[in-house]
Write a protein that binds this ligand. Structure first.
Ligand code: HEC
Length: 257
C-alpha cells in the first residue's frame, strides 16, 4: 500500500506553483520521508500531548505540525480544503482518513519522527501521528504508527465510488466509513489491513449475514490468530445497518477488474 512520491522536497515546491494544472481529481500521493525532512516550511515544534492514546499517558515530543505539511501540499496541488480527504497510509495497510477541514480545528495533529530524538519502538517508524487536545476529544482521532505517506483525494471522487446515492443506506455507510474503511476497502477504496469487501465478489455473496455479524463480534471464534479486533462499540442494529450497506454495494461495483 505504500505510495510513491512525485513531489520534490523543500524549496522547489514553491516554484512548482506556477506550472501546476488546475484542480486535480487524481489522488495526490506523498511519501513523508521525502516531503518533510529538509523542507524549510515545515519545522519541528515542541509539543505536549496531554493524552497519548497509544502510551496512555502525557507525552512530550518534538514533531512536525500536520497543518504546515497540508498547507504546503494543498497550495501546490490547488486542492480545496473543504472537498479534500486525507488518508494516512501505514506500512501495515491501515488507512484511516479524515476530512482535511477537520485538521484545521481545535485539535492539532503532529507527526513524530519515530527515528528522531524521541526515539520510539521500531513499529512506529517512519512516523507516528499524535494529537494535541483534551483526552475525551483526541480519543476520537486515529493514532496511526508506521505512517509512511499521505494521500489526498477529492471527497466527491471518493464518495462517488463508495457512498450510496439514496438516503436509506446512509446510516450504514456512515458507520462503515468510521468503523471499517480504515482496514477494509470497498471498490478498492479504503484500508488494506483486511480484505476488500466488494470486488470482484461482495462479501454478502459468499458470507451469510449471521457470519458477518458473528465474525465482527468475535473474530477469534472463527479464526485462530485473526488479525481483526472484535467490534465492541456498535449495537446489533448498527451492525445490521452496515450489512445492509454492504448488500447495497453488491449492486454498485466499480473497478471490478
Ligand atoms: C483494525 C483493522 C480492522 C477493522 C477496523 C475492521 N476489520 Fe474486518 N478484518 C480485518 C482483518 C485483518 C481481517 C482478515 C481476517 C482475519 O485476520 O481473520 C478482517 C476480516 C473481516 C471479515 C471476514 C472476511 C474475510 O474473508 O476475512 C469481515 C466480514 C470483516 N472483516 C468485516 C468488518 C466490518 C464490517 C468492520 C467494521 C465494523 C471491520 N471488519 C473492521 C481488519 C479489520
Amino acid at each position: 500500500m505504500l505510495v510513491k512520491c512525485n513531489q520534490q522536497p523543500d524549496n522547489s515546491l514553491a516554484s512548482q506553483n506556477d506550472s501546476m494544472p488546475e484542480i486535480k481529481t487524481e489522488p495526490v500521493n506523498l511519501e513523508l520521508s521525502k516531503l518533510v525532512p529538509g523542507n524549510d516550511n515545515i519545522q519541528k515544534e515542541e509539543v505536549i500531548v496531554e493524552w497519548d492514546d497509544y502510551f496512555g499517558q502525557r507525552k512530550k515530543y518534538s514533531a512536525y505540525p500536520l497543518v504546515k505539511i497540508l498547507d504546503t501540499v494543498l497550495r501546490n496541488h490547488h486542492l480545496d480544503k473543504e472537498n479534500t480527504i486525507v488518508i494516512f497510509d501505514c506500512i501495515d495497510g491501515y488507512k484511516p482518513s479524515l476530512p482535511v477541514s477537520e485538521l484545521y480545528g481545535n485539535i492539532q495533529g503532529y507527526l513524530v519522527d519515530a527515528s528522531g530524538p524521541d526515539s520510539l519502538p521500531h513499529k512506529f517508524q517512519p512516523y507516528y501521528l499524535v494529537w494535541k487536545g483534551p483526552m475525551i476529544e483526541v480519543k476520537k482521532y486515529p493514532w496511526p504508527y508506521g505512517l509512511s505517506g499521505l494521500q489526498l483525494v477529492s471527497a466527491n471522487e471518493m464518495f462517488k465510488v463508495i457512498k450510496p446515492a439514496g438516503a436509506d443506506k446512509s446510516t450504514g455507510f456512515q458507520l462503515f466509513y468510521s468503523n471499517c474503511l480504515k482496514c477494509h476497502s470497498i471498490n478498492k477504496i479504503g484500508g488494506k489491513m483486511g480484505p476488500e469487501l466488494n470486488v470482484p465478489k461482495n462479501i454478502t455473496e459468499y458470507w451469510t449475514e449471521r457470519d458477518i455479524v458473528g465474525f465482527c463480534r468475535n473474530p477469534a471464534s472463527y479464526r485462530y490468530n485473526s488479525a481483526m479486533p472484535p467490534i465492541t462499540n456498535l449495537s446489533d442494529k448498527e451492525l445490521a445497518e452496515i450489512v445492509s450497506y454492504l448488500k447495497y454495494m453488491k449492486g454498485h461495483k466499480t473497478h471490478a477488474k
